[in-house]
Design a protein around this ligand. Sequence first.
Ligand code: HEC
Length: 130
Amino acid sequence: MSRHILLHSVAIDESMMNRRNTMIRNAILVFILTTLPLTLAAKGDSSAGKDKAKICEACHGADGKSVDPSYPNLAGQYESYLIKALGDYRAGRRTNPVMAGMATSLSDQDILDLAAWYSSQQGLKDLSIK
Ligand code: HEC
């Protein structure tokens, strides 16, 4: 009798563990499936960036080559640098009244697209020392 109860409780434990394992497996699957599109989307689209850069042209030039020395050139700048700079202006870590105003309305995707656009232009990046 007591042996029967013992076997029975082992069987219950196993079925609970199986259920727990299935739940964990499902949770991992859901996590992967929901984060996958985000990681795929977290890439800049340079042609979308080109459109979004229209409002930047007035100062930074049509393709990131500035119209005036008081505005930095963006053409050919490292993508990661541009993403950081725009994120910093938006967060207020880097303060400049003009760029703070420009960056507040940018979404994460806008920043990625703009960075993809400017970094793909001919310009900076020539690191040769003459
Ligand atoms: C009215 C002029 C103006 C407009 C429009 C403008 N910027 Fe700027 N931008 C500036 C100035 C001035 C600076 C330098 C600010 C500083 O010293 O931090 C700057 C700096 C930057 C920097 C940092 C460059 C570096 O070398 O560190 C980035 C990136 C940038 N702008 C991107 C943009 C983008 C993207 C847009 C459009 C959404 C834009 N800017 C629109 C004037 C402008």
